[in-house]
Design a protein around this ligand. Structure first.
Ligand SMILES: [Zn+2]
Length: 415
């Protein structure tokens, strides 16, 4: 028991978390709402009371009376959820029609300032964790560290630094070019020394880089294996950008942790490869599928012509038991502002996912994929108090995710 009068939850509960009658707790939040999705489901918790202490969830109760001394926040009929997790964003890109040109005109300091704005946009939408899969000059790492000191100013960032790519390869302009096995190993080591959370490797070309082709490989199996070995030696997961089938095959063979996009793009369409999807499932590799566009923007013809094929593969991956999460690629163009993720969840439902699976894909499964599953993505004791409240029932209508009524980050209400 704190002599200064600050009782901790452990004191309140005592051993075995049994409430102790009459013990006054100071500094605790007691959040009431109409219902809650706990990150796993399958059903909503009715009339929950979520106790928050020192930035973490202390307890989730089904109703009951708040502990004496706790500050009560009543969210009315809203549904409370874990804050959303976007497994793939780019805070350096501004969501304009020319995001690459835009950053070329900015100094690092100017760009960092834009990224602070992008981070606030995420948080206001209830996106409380983002995995940044490609910055310039380790700016997302800098912003991550800033936000550790000031969590109410943005989501928690898991940063990759500049993506590792071949000379003139996809996103080379972000400064991460590295060639050959030795070059790739050195690039991974350099990122580990800078304190990144994940290694991003471009296994194939990409849509936003002229001179590269999404269906063609950039790195061969040897470079990818070297990247994985070196990253795992440093305790870091590897997220591999792969569109074309050969790139996906190489990524699976190398034992990467997540495959980004995984679109099975060919020169003129989309491939169907149940055998390769089965191999992804067997290997336990998570697919971070690139879904989510705001209304009013038609995808480029190359993408719209392939959309049915992409979605058929997403369905097939789910049916094969692949863990599919949502990585929006926020920032890469006007259809993808930094708060686009709820549209990605809605697209999973349109694609045939049950709403509970779509909600997991942006909460608990995404947390697991991003290696923060022990403290993010669930409403459970010990988890970070990153919370989102929405009007309506997202299990009945996934678009309710956009009707945000409150956001908490590390226990502080920010909206
Ligand atoms: Zn990306």
């Amino acid at each position: 028991m704190a002599a200064a009068g600050r009782a901790r939850l452990a004191d309140y509960h005592g051993v075995g978390r049994k409430p102790v009658d009459g013990v006054v707790v100071v500094g605790m939040l007691a959040i009431r709402s109409g219902a809650a999705f706990d990150g796993v489901g399958p059903a909503l918790v009715e009339r929950p009371l979520v106790l928050v202490d020192e930035g973490r969830i202390a307890e989730v109760r089904a109703g009951g009376v708040p502990p004496p001394g706790a500050e009560v926040i009543d969210l009315g009929g809203a549904t409370l959820l874990p804050g959303l997790i976007d497994a793939h964003v780019h805070l350096v890109f501004d969501g304009s029609a020319d995001p690459v040109g835009a950053i070329e005109r900015l100094s690092d300091e100017e760009l960092l300032d834009r990224m602070r704005t992008a981070a606030r946009t995420c948080l206001a939408a209830g996106i409380t964790t983002v995995r940044d899969l490609g910055d310039r000059a380790y700016l997302a790492v800098r912003l991550r560290d800033e936000l550790v000191a000031e969590p109410a100013a943005g989501p928690e960032i898991l940063a990759a630094g500049p993506p590792v790519t071949t000379s003139q390869g996809h996103c080379w302009f972000l400064g991460g070019a590295a060639d050959g096995v030795d070059g790739v190993r050195a690039a991974v080591r350099a990122r580990a020394e800078r304190g990144v959370d994940v290694i991003k490797v471009m296994a194939t070309g990409g849509e936003m880089t002229p001179g590269t082709r999404s269906h063609e490989v950039q790195y061969g199996p040897d470079e990818l294996r070297a990247a994985v070995e070196e990253a795992h030696r440093h305790g870091l997961p590897v997220a591999v950008h792969a569109h074309g089938v050969a790139g996906i095959e190489n990524a699976v063979a190398a034992g990467v942790d997540t495959i980004e996009h995984c679109s099975f793009m060919t020169v003129d369409g989309v491939d169907s490869r149940p055998d390769l999807i089965a191999a992804i499932a067997r290997a336990g590799i998570v697919v971070s599928t690139t879904l989510g566009v705001v209304p009013g923007f038609a995808p480029p013809p190359r993408i719209s012509a392939r959309l049915d094929g992409f979605l058929a593969n997403v369905r097939q991956m789910r049916d094969a038991g692949v863990t599919v999460v949502c990585g929006s690629d926020a920032g890469i163009g006007p259809p993808k502002p930094h708060d686009v993720l709820p549209y990605g969840a809605a697209m999973l439902v349109e694609c045939g996912f049950p709403p509970v699976a779509a909600l997991r894909a942006v909460t608990s499964s995404a947390a697991w994929a991003c290696r923060v599953g022990e403290r993010k993505g669930r409403l459970a004791p010990g988890f970070d108090a990153d919370l989102l409240a929405v009007d309506g029932d997202p299990l009945a209508d996934i678009t309710a995710l956009r009707a945000v009524t409150a956001v908490f980050r590390a226990g502080s209400r920010v909206r």
